[in-house]
Design a protein around this ligand. Structure first.
Ligand SMILES: Nc1nc2c(ncn2[C@@H]2O[C@H](COP(=O)(O)OP(=O)(O)OP(=O)(O)O)[C@@H](O)[C@H]2O)c(=O)[nH]1
Ligand SMILES: [Mg+2]
Length: 362
């Protein structure tokens, strides 16, 4: 029997000293692996803790913090944070934590728009390869990218969504509602509750932010002050927060593996593809609508041009004008052009009244 099979259930209380009693919460983290479970091999090999969140909220710093605590070493800036609050990370890099657990850094987003959602859903659905640049504005090409990624993604990765959020941030009402739907979809795609890690703990009202997330039906909440180049010291509080976080992720995954036979994310993948398909359809509809609008305008300008020529001919016949050039140039800024639909008679009426006003010298 292997070491992990006969280990006793650890107590929830977290210890800070490093090893090695049976109830040390580090033990199930270190020993975590997918195979050798009661129901056989679930087909997964690697537990991928995929971070995501707003620009500058501390994703890269959280990974540095986890590594410093887990490896029990001095702080190292693995993720190369520069200290700026604006768009440091541009790709999804993997950082090894244990033999079977990795942390993945991510590019931050500024707002939760439909392109950002599509990209994050595709990442969490394991439809895009790791270690590549994250482009928020792929628009219609995301499906192509997913298609090409088919052979590049590791199907044996089990992805856990980790949302990194600074307590200093204050979103407005609409953004909070957006966040609720977004995080809810992230859970559905992965089959795992989203873990929210609140950073900058010492700088904001952690309890108020926790309440906000609880109102959004998010219960997996963790808070900490990241270790950073400005503040590289590891405190007991930071150690406890990191170990508590890792421990609860591992325990939830173990529970799912042991209790839900054939735990698969097929439903999640269908959902992601469906979402992207619908988003693309909306974008195409908008483009079609814009093209139709441009076409309508061009058509009316042509009609106006014809009318202008006819009218000029009549006015020249009646000796009112000497040449067409004496007519005011066709105005492209007629306000009626912006209204739709334009009937032929509306165009003529507008043109005639414009010309009449011109002839009367108004
Ligand atoms: N005081 C404090 N500063 C933090 C904390 N987390 C991150 N920082 C600082 O915030 C800045 C941005 O942190 P990053 O870890 O680069 O944030 P990020 O989410 O990876 O940013 P992008 O990759 O640009 O999206 C850096 O100056 C960090 O030192 C924290 O918990 N407390
Ligand atoms: Mg970063």
């Amino acid at each position: 029997m292997s070491e992990s099979d006969d280990e006793s259930e650890p107590r929830v209380e977290i210890k800070t000293q490093l090893e090695t009693t049976d109830d040390d919460p580090r033990r199930p983290i270190r020993n975590f692996r997918f195979n050798n479970r009661e129901f056989g091999d679930p087909g997964f090999q690697r537990l991928v803790l995929q971070t995501f969140g707003y620009v500058g909220h501390g994703k890269s710093s959280f990974i540095n913090t986890c590594k410093a605590v887990w490896e029990n070493k001095e702080y190292i800036n693995h993720t190369k944070i520069s200290g700026s609050y604006e768009g440091d990370t541009t790709d999804r890099q993997i950082y090894q934590l244990t033999d079977n657990i990795v942390l993945v850094d991510n590019r931050g987003f500024k707002t939760i728009g439909s392109d950002v959602k599509a990209q994050i859903y595709a990442q969490l659905g394991n439809l895009l390869p790791l270690s590549t640049i994250v482009d928020w504005s792929q628009g219609l090409t995301l499906l192509d990218q997913i298609d090409q990624a088919e052979l590049l993604v590791k199907k044996s990765d089990f992805i856990v969504p980790i949302f990194i959020y600074s307590v200093c941030y204050s979103p407005d009402h609409d953004e909070i509602q957006e966040l609720k739907e977004f995080l809810n979809f992230c859970s559905r795609i992965t089959g795992m509750e989203v873990k929210v890690v609140l950073t900058h703990k010492a700088e904001g009202d952690v309890e108020a932010v926790k309440t906000m997330f609880m109102d959004l039906e998010i219960e997996n909440l963790f808070s900490l002050e990241n270790i950073t180049p400005q503040n590289p010291l590891k405190s007991e509080d930071i150690e406890n927060s990191v170990i508590n976080f890792l421990y609860s992720v591992v325990k939830e995954v173990e529970f799912k593996m042991n209790h839900i036979k054939k735990f698969k994310m097929i439903g999640g993948k269908m959902f992601v593809l469906n979402y992207i398909y619908k988003k693309n359809l909306d974008a195409l509809e908008n483009t079609k609508e814009q093209k139709a609008e441009t076409f309508r305008k061009e058509e009316h300008i042509e009609r106006l041009q014809e009318l202008r020529e006819k009218l000029a001919a009549r006015l020249i016949d009646g000796d009112v004008l000497k040449s067409e050039g004496e007519l005011k140039p066709l105005s492209l800024s007629f306000s009626f052009l912006r209204k739709k639909p334009h009937s032929q008679s509306a165009v003529e009426t507008a043109f005639l009244s414009h010309t009449t006003r011109f002839l009367k010298g108004q």
